[in-house]
Design a protein around this ligand. Structure first.
Ligand SMILES: [Zn+2]
Length: 474
C-alpha cells in the first residue's frame, strides 16, 4: 500500500502518516457551536474531514472519528436572551438543522458526536488535574490556565509571546496572574446555565470542552486533530496546553490538520458586506445544490483559500450532470484487476495530503474513458495519463469511477433521479401529498402522519390550508 502523507500544521511540513495503533485510527475534529444555521465556512471542515475519514476507512481496519457539538457557550446564552427561546430549544433545533444540512452535503455522520453538556464531569476532572499539576489556579470563582507554566505554549501556532497576547485580545481581569492566562471555568449567575463544581456553580470555557471530549472518546493521545485554520489560535493552542499538562508524558494529537478559509466573491464572508451565506441558502437553489457545493469545496485543495461564487456552483453542477449522464449509460462490469488498477490510480492523489483537485481530474478522465466506449470521443489523453495502452472494456472505467466517487462522496446518487432534476422532485412531492390525502380520507391517520414525517425528513414541510395542502422546503 502506498504511504499516506499528511501536512502536519505543528511540524509545518508533510509527514508520512504512522498511526499510534494501525488496527485503530483515531481522529477528532472540532464541531459546531449550535446557536445558528451553519454558514458556508462551517461546511468546509465537515466535507474535508469526511473525505479523510472515508479514505482512512479504506486504508485501516477501524477508524473512530469524533466530532463534537458545543452546546454550552456564551454565544448560545446571548442568543437565548435576545430571542427569548430557551437554550435547550435553540441547541436542539440548531443541532437538527446542522445534521440535515451536512447530510445534504453527503457528509457521513461521525462515529461519535459528543455534546459538551454531557461531559461536564470530565471537564471538572481535567481542571482538577491541571490544578494538582500546578498548571491552573482558582481565583474569584474562576479557574485559569497558567500560560507561563507551560514552556511549549505558542509552539503549535508559532506565535511569539507578544503576538500571543495580541491575538488573544486578552481582557486584563484582576483575578488573572498573567495577562495571557485563559479561562477553564467561570461562575454562572442564576439566569445562566451552570453546574456545581469545587469552585462554585459555573460553566466551562470553550477550550476545555474539546480537551475533555477527545480524552473521553479517544484517550490521552490520538492520531489526527482537525479543524479550520482560524482555530489554531487560541483554541487549538489552548487544547494542547490543557491536554499535555493534564497528562504529562502524552503528546495529545500526533498530527494537526487545518483547512483554509472560505471567501465569497473574493471577500471574507460577513453580514455587513452582504455576502453572508448559510448552507441552507445554497440548498434552496435546488435538489442538486448540496452535492454541487460539496464538489465545489473539493475542487480546491483543503489548505488553500477557497472562493465561493454562484458561477462556480453552476460549474460544479454541470460537472455532476456529465458524471451522472455517463453513469446512466454505463454497462455494469464486475470488479477485477483492470478496475482496481484504474481506481487505485484515481485515488492515489488523496494519499498525498488529500489532493482532491487531482483526484477529481482523474475522475473526469475515468468518465472520458467510459464515454469513449459508449458515446464516442477520443480517450487517447486520458489513456496516456492513466498509463493504459488499450482502452478499458465497457463498464470497467465506470466501475472504477464509482469506487473513487464513493471516497470523494460525489456522484454517488441514483443517475436517473439526478437527471430528472427539480421536475422529478416536485412530481414525487405531489404524489406523496396525494397519497396522504387518500390516507386521510380513509381515516388512516397513522399512514398520513408517516407520509408527512417522511417528507419532513427530506426537508419538505406540508401546510394544510382551506385551499388544500401546499409544500415548501424547510
Ligand atoms: Zn475544539
Amino acid at each position: 500500500m502506498t504511504d499516506l502523507l499528511i501536512h502536519d500544521s505543528a511540524a509545518r511540513t508533510k509527514r508520512r502518516f504512522v498511526p499510534i495503533d494501525p488496527s485503530h485510527v483515531r481522529m477528532y475534529v472540532c464541531g459546531p457551536t449550535v446557536y445558528d444555521l451553519a454558514h458556508l465556512g462551517n461546511a468546509r471542515p465537515v466535507v474535508v474531514f469526511d473525505v479523510l475519514a472515508r479514505l482512512l476507512r479504506r486504508l485501516y481496519p477501524k477508524v473512530t472519528y469524533v466530532r463534537n457539538i458545543t452546546d454550552v457557550d456564551d454565544k448560545i446564552n446571548a442568543r437565548s436572551r435576545e430571542s427569548g427561546e430557551t437554550i435547550g430549544a435553540i441547541t436542539a433545533r440548531t443541532t437538527e438543522d446542522f445534521h440535515r444540512d451536512m447530510a445534504a452535503l453527503n457528509a457521513l455522520p461521525p462515529d461519535v458526536e459528543p455534546r459538551a453538556t454531557g461531559h461536564i464531569h470530565e471537564m471538572i476532572a481535567l481542571i482538577e488535574r491541571l490544578i494538582a499539576n500546578g498548571h491552573a489556579y482558582a481565583a474569584d470563582g474562576h479557574v485559569l490556565f497558567s500560560v507561563p507554566s507551560f514552556a511549549d505554549y505558542g509552539k503549535l501556532s508559532g506565535r511569539t509571546p507578544d503576538e500571543l497576547l495580541a491575538g488573544a485580545r486578552v481582557d486584563v481581569a484582576p483575578y488573572k496572574r498573567d495577562a495571557g492566562d485563559f479561562v477553564l471555568w467561570k461562575p454562572s449567575d442564576d439566569a445562566t446555565p451552570g453546574w456545581d463544581s469545587p469552585w462554585g456553580r459555573g460553566r466551562p470555557g470553550w477550550h476545555i470542552e474539546c480537551s475533555a471530549m477527545s480524552w473521553k472518546h479517544l484517550g490521552e493521545e490520538f492520531d489526527i486533530h482537525g479543524g479550520g485554520h482560524d482555530l489554531i489560535f487560541p483554541h487549538h493552542e489552548n487544547e494542547v496546553a490543557q491536554s499535555v499538562c493534564a497528562f504529562p508524558g502524552h503528546h495529545f494529537a500526533h498530527y494537526w490538520m487545518h483547512n483554509g478559509m472560505l471567501l465569497v466573491d473574493g471577500e471574507k464572508m460577513s453580514k455587513s458586506l452582504g455576502n453572508f451565506r448559510t448552507v441552507r441558502d445554497i440548498l434552496a437553489e435546488g435538489p442538486w445544490a448540496g452535492e454541487a457545493f460539496r464538489l465545489l469545496l473539493l475542487r480546491t485543495h483543503y489548505r488553500q483559500a477557497l472562493d465561493f461564487t454562484v458561477e462556480a456552483l453552476r460549474e460544479a453542477k454541470a460537472e455532476l450532470d456529465d458524471h451522472y449522464a455517463m453513469l446512466s449509460r454505463a454497462p455494469a462490469a464486475p470488479g477485477g484487476p483492470a478496475v482496481e488498477q484504474l481506481a487505485g490510480w484515481a485515488i492515489a492523489p488523496l494519499l498525498d495530503d488529500l489532493n482532491t483537485p487531482l483526484a477529481l481530474a482523474r475522475l473526469r478522465d475515468l468518465r472520458t474513458l467510459e464515454n469513449a466506449v459508449t458515446v464516442g470521443g477520443s480517450p487517447a489523453v486520458a489513456m496516456e495519463r492513466a498509463g493504459l495502452t488499450t482502452p478499458p472494456a465497457p463498464g470497467v472505467a465506470a466501475t472504477a469511477f464509482r469506487e473513487v466517487a464513493s471516497v470523494l462522496g460525489v456522484a454517488t446518487g441514483d443517475p436517473s433521479v439526478w437527471l430528472q432534476g427539480d421536475a422529478g422532485e416536485a412530481g414525487a412531492v405531489e404524489a406523496a401529498i396525494a397519497a396522504r390525502l387518500a390516507a386521510r380520507k380513509d381515516r388512516n391517520w397513522a399512514e398520513a402522519d408517516r407520509i408527512r414525517d417522511e417528507l419532513k425528513a427530506q426537508g419538505i414541510l406540508l401546510e394544510d390550508g382551506p385551499g388544500g395542502t401546499t409544500w415548501r422546503r424547510a
